[in-house]
Design a protein around this ligand. Sequence first.
Ligand code: NAP
Length: 280
Amino acid sequence: MNAKLIDGKAVSAALREQMKAEVAALAEEGITPGLAVVLVGEDPASQVYVRNKEKACEELGIYSEKYLLPTETTQEELLTLVDKLNRKPDIDGILVQLPLPGHLDEKAVIAAISPEKDVDAFHAQNVGKIMIGDYKFLPCTPAGVMELLHAAQIEVKGKECVVIGRSNIVGKPMAMLLLHQHGTVTICHSRTRNLAEVTRRADILIAAVGKAKFVTADMVKPGATVIDVGMNRDENGKLCGDVDFGAVCEVAGAITPVPGGVGPMTITMLMKNTIAAAKR
Ligand code: NAP
């Protein structure tokens, strides 16, 4: 293996230590950050994410409330809960776990969350602020990637950055954050022609596709930094990313593993946003 491993667990642990101290300092001023997590239905992956968020709150001394609603919850019931949480003074951040069951209107639910409490940064107002570079909250996964690059001392300025994926929660905001850091950014998607040709230009390659082993060694420029956002299951049901890790390690200069790369950073950034909301 040639590539240097970017250890998301270690970076995340160091950030959480800093955050613990911040939460303790806030407690001395009588402030306890509070996060409400809402889960509708029984999707097993979502249940794991919600449990992990609850655990992270406990670890850092953040107050948390969990609302587990049945699959048949109506739009009106969910909006009533969001409205209640918007007004609840001990709650600084509201997270509605996505995806929601099909009969619920995700866009309307996100729009109903107070932008001040939108710790996922999915509300149109916060998305717009990211676009103009005047943001209070950064979306957790792309923000986590930026922290990893920073921790690994990989400068973005002037570099060719290629993002594979253009979703609203990962690809698009990821591209915007790289642009704010003066990267030269290309966004690829399912209609991109000659994908490998484009990705081979990248000094920094970010994969957010959702397909196991999608990024192969021939798609990577020797020495490039490869960040794997993907969270997939391989043929044996094992968690894996979008990158063919073993082969790409031989070509890349630095790489994030899955698990233990971007994943741990996402929840840590959620905690960061909740603390920031409480400070305000
Ligand atoms: P998504 O909404 O499904 O978006 C996938 C993107 O990949 C789309 O833009 C799609 O293009 C593009 N794509 C699909 N096939 C392609 C191909 N053959 N060539 C080029 N591009 C292709 O997924 P997402 O929500 O962004 O998530 C992406 C991955 O990240 C998933 O594995 C997800 O589980 C993971 N994830 C991880 C974290 C974490 O904390 N680590 C957080 C969020 C997501 P089109 O737009 O043209 O369809």
